[in-house]
Design a protein around this ligand. Structure first.
Ligand code: ATP
Ligand code: MG
Length: 284
């Protein structure tokens, strides 16, 4: 770790202590949650889903397109109205509409959305984009040294600070979204398809970056992805969704070696047939 990185760590506000002192209380937990399409209450997007994420755990979430991965991430972030069940953060139930609770929640759990570039305000400089979350959470502003060290950490050149989102490549936009999340020093990062839309070389660099950041920042990860090779590399646990339900939730190695559900079998077979994924990360 470089001197600048150490400096950046030492200046960060300590994380909020957990309200629960139980050592095995999950950082984030969905308990039998269901939700429906806003305009069509007959369409169930999530169907009694339960998922617990413990401190430092790295979990890959996969499933066919439309199976509900992004909806589950949004629900876990309290961005999706629920028709049943509850979300708990460190044992505390998050009540919709409680600004104070949501502020505290955002300091524990941060998000890198599926379309990272679209999540960056196109009218603001990247410098302003990076500073905004701390301001919104009422935290002390980041110093220029903090921002510079953070850019080094996500391997972005300093000149991006003066640029706007439109001037960034897809890989750079992903890194800005990751940097924006890291500045909060969350306990858990939810990343939606962090390698989609990247060429193979940039994907490998992105995976190495995520791997390093998870260790350095002592963060857990929930990564939604179609990229089984990426999940194999980063995650120790694999969760499979189909039609709004969690159909399998097992250690990653067991999921890959002997998938149980028909959908998991199809996904693993497809990954084995994907020569790019196989050559980089053999499944056996
Ligand atoms: N606001 C909404 N209104 C109606 N339907 C929705 C809404 N949001 C999501 N859906 C539907 O819910 C289902 C799950 O969508 P979601 O985006 O969570 O899937 P996904 O697993 O993330 O897919 P992908 O792999 O393509 O990103 C889809 O059928 C989608 O059309
Ligand atoms: Mg999605």
């Amino acid at each position: 770790m470089t001197a600048t990185r150490r400096l950046w760590f030492s200046r960060q506000t300590p994380r909020h202590e957990a309200p629960s002192s139980e050592p095995d209380t999950p950082v984030l937990e969905a308990l039998r949650i269901s939700c429906h399409a806003p305009q069509d209450t007959a369409t169930r997007l999530l169907d009694t889903v339960s998922l617990a994420l413990h401190a430092g755990e790295r979990v890959g979430l996969t499933g066919p397109s439309g199976s509900g991965k992004s909806t589950l991430l949004r629900a876990l972030l309290a961005l999706q109205p629920l028709s049943q069940g509850e979300i708990r953060v460190q044992g505390r139930v998050i009540m919709p509409g409680s600004v104070r609770a949501l502020r505290w929640f955002r300091q524990q759990v941060q998000y890198v959305p599926q379309a990272a570039a679209a999540s960056i305000n196109p009218h603001h400089s990247i410098d302003a984009v990076l500073r905004e979350p701390l301001h919104c959470l009422g935290r002390p502003p980041a110093t220029s040294a903090d921002i510079a060290a953070l850019l080094d950490n996500v391997e972005l050149p300093r000149r991006v600070l003066q640029q706007r989102a439109g001037a960034l490549s897809g890989g750079q936009a992903q890194r800005v979204a990751i940097a924006r999340a890291l500045l909060i020093r969350p306990r858990l990062l939810l990343a939606d398809e962090p390698t989609s839309g990247l060429d193979l070389a940039t994907r490998d660099v992105m995976l190495a970056l995520l791997e390093r950041l998870m260790s350095e920042y002592h963060m857990g990860l929930l990564m939604a992805s179609h990229d089984i090779g990426a999940m194999t590399r980063l995650c120790s646990r694999g969760v499979v969704m189909a039609q709004g339900k969690v159909v399998e939730d097992r250690p990653m190695a067991a999921l890959i070696a002997a998938p149980q559900h028909a959908v998991s079998c199809q996904l693993m077979d497809a990954a084995r047939g994907d020569s790019a994924s196989m050559s980089a990360f053999p499944l056996y």
